[in-house]
Design a protein around this ligand. Structure first.
Ligand SMILES: Cc1cc2nc3c(=O)[nH]c(=O)nc-3n(C[C@H](O)[C@H](O)[C@H](O)COP(=O)(O)OP(=O)(O)OC[C@H]3O[C@@H](n4cnc5c(N)ncnc54)[C@H](O)[C@@H]3O)c2cc1C
Length: 387
């Protein structure tokens, strides 16, 4: 990172995140990967370092940072552990719908706890049969007096098992497709809200990804975000536009973390009587990886700055940075495993975890095929309008 391009506050934030990642996250990353349990000690350290609410406005107790600040922190955490990076970033994903579409009263009610690191929040859009086509969800929310009654099942809920709040998307007006979807905040402990199956995952194993069952789950009507039905899907899409650079930053962090390890290993490992880093074939791989990572990082930061500047149409930039950075992460982490040779394939070394953690970044918050669709549609729309 070229420090001169960032404010002193951002450099300080990055340094604080890096120190926490190196002293608290890296030493326990392998342990939680094996155990597949949630690292509460890490969550408490993030809270104590005052980093929980980086993206939340100061009036609600956050640091008042933008998407760029969020990305800088997520990159540092993911450089040490991709699971811990997303365990943190999912709170931005879950709370963006409140920031984007919530009333002042709702922001007051939910954001300060999240900003203080006392409450975690998840994001419940996907269902078993509604993934890329999220608008085809079937979870229902029916109004009864001053309550909504929720019934259905959410799938792939990252952090759902440890979250105090869950932003749940549900159909309030069947037959209207995405326009019949509304967003609600459901609080843990509400009768009828139940955490189900925990997924046994390839990577990001320290963060629980669970099914959420909603069985006659009654919530106050004023948990409807924005107090208006039918705006949930739009808010979900605006949220994804703002959150995808965070996934991209996770990918950049993973790629950088893997390259750091490969640089160290190729210097130490000797074959044919010399360091393998003295071979030009290896050096070119290192140079290519560093170049791809820097290119991805710059696009992520450009997308984040575009969002923070309040530019209206951010969909294309956001999808582009997610697509590029996550494909780079997959390639770089795979190449780094290659540079470790047979040792890279075994769990004695931390490098294979980077490859496993990287894979999900090409899948969640919209697969990379979907990102290509989003980008192509934006291109064609712009061409048609002559802009
Ligand atoms: C570990 C993990 C964590 C997740 N966390 C969350 C979360 O916190 N909250 C949440 O709401 N969701 C979450 N998800 C869900 C995630 O966003 C979806 O898995 C993803 O959007 C893909 O949906 P799907 O799995 O149903 O795949 P499908 O939509 O069934 O896609 C299968 C394949 O078909 C391709 N495909 C589908 N449609 C098209 C098309 N039109 N053109 C070209 N190719 C296409 C896809 O790219 C993919 O390769 C998570 C998923 C995982 C695995």
């Amino acid at each position: 990172m070229i420090e001169e391009l960032y404010t002193s506050k951002q450099v300080e934030l990055r340094n604080r995140a890096r120190e926490l990642a190196e002293t608290v996250m890296r030493p326990v990353a392998a342990k939680y990967d094996v155990e597949q349990t949630y690292p509460w000690e890490v969550q408490h350290a993030i809270r104590d370092a005052g980093l929980s609410g980086v993206w939340i406005p100061e009036e609600y107790g956050g640091l008042g940072g933008g998407v760029l600040d969020l990305c800088m922190v997520v990159e540092e955490f993911s450089r040490a552990c991709g699971g811990m990076g997303v365990g943190f970033a999912v709170n931005a994903l879950g709370s963006f719908p409140i920031l984007v579409g919530g009333t002042d009263e709702q922001k007051e009610r939910w954001l300060p706890g999240i900003a203080a690191g006392e409450k975690l929040i998840a994001f419940g859009l996907s269902e078993k049969d509604a993934g890329s086509d999220a608008g085809s969800m079937t979870t229902r929310a029916e109004k009864e007096g001053d309550q909504y009654v929720l019934n259905g099942e959410k799938k792939w809920n990252t952090g759902g098992a440890v979250a105090a709040y869950n932003t749940i998307f549900a159909v309030t007006e069947p037959g209207r497709g995405a326009r019949g979807v509304s967003a609600f905040v459901v609080e843990e402990g509400t009768p009828g809200y139940r955490v189900g199956k925990h997924e046994d995952k390839m990577g990001i194993r320290c963060v629980p990804v669970v099914e959420i069952h909603l069985e006659d789950c009654r919530i106050p009507a004023d948990n409807l975000l924005g107090g208006q039905e039918g705006r949930g899907f739009k808010h979900a899409m605006i949220t994804l536009d703002r959150a995808r650079p965070g996934v991209a930053a996770q990918a950049v962090g993973l790629a950088q973390g893997a390259l750091d390890l490969a640089l160290e290993y190729t210097h130490e490992r000797k074959q044919f009587g010399q360091s393998i880093s003295s071979f030009q074939g290896v050096q070119w791989m290192l140079a290519d990886m560093a170049t791809q990572i820097e290119g991805a990082r710059q696009l992520v930061h450009a997308a984040a700055r575009t969002i923070d500047a309040g530019v209206k149409n951010i969909t294309r930039m956001s999808a582009m940075c997610k697509l590029l950075a996550t494909d780079v992460a997959m390639k770089v982490t795979t190449d780094c495993v290659q540079l470790f040779g047979g040792y890279g394939y075994c769990k004695d070394y931390p490098i294979e975890k980077y490859m496993r953690d990287a894979k999900i970044t090409q899948i969640y918050e919209g697969t990379n095929q979907i990102q290509r669709l989003v980008i192509a549609r934006a291109l064609m729309r712009e061409a048609a309008s002559g802009s």
